[in-house]
Write a new protein. Sequence first.
Length: 204
Amino acid sequence: MSGYTLYWKPGSGSMVVEAALRLIGVGFDEVRVDETAAPEFLALNPAGKVPVLKLACGPVIAESAAILMTLDDMFPEARLLPPHGTPAHAKAVQWLVFMATNIYPACLRYYYPERHTTDQSPHACEAVKQQAARDMGRDFAQLTGAVQGPFLLGQTMTITDVYAAMLADWYDPAKQLPEIAILVNAVLDNPAAAEAWRHHGFGA
Ligand SMILES: N[C@@H](CCC(=O)N[C@@H](CS)C(=O)NCC(=O)O)C(=O)O
């Protein structure tokens, strides 16, 4: 028993955390969360969202970007991110946070517009969805403009690339962008990332 426990759900953002754990090579237990509003899960993460990771040293961490940066701090030799203190590290963190705070929430607005407006009319929900699509178009364009190819920062994959592939899989127009299509294929050439992808049912 490794002491790490990943709380996960198929098709969700826990995919990138599983990929990180597999890239590190540390063992972990898995708990599939089918009911994120269950009291026992809310006791772990009051936001009622996956991913959640219980660390071997005790704490329970939520928020995908925070979990990934914590794992990078704990296992720097795994190179989830470029070496600390380098320009490449700064850029990889910038784009990771950009995606977690812009594209991920826009994707949730796109698929669950009714959760993002007090007006439950079809017209209001459609307006939320259309604005989310517009936001994702703008944000994926910014991301694409930064991709050096095949990965964001050139030849070496970081966990930021796995995050980008995950978000692109949720939104078809992003997958059509040539730079993103190349990046996703390159991510899936990595056996650890491909295993997390398959286990979470991505690429369907
Ligand atoms: N900001 C959070 C967002 C997490 C999130 O919204 N997760 C979704 C799945 S992708 C979730 O658990 N939603 C509640 C549910 O599915 O019941 C993060 O980056 O981890």
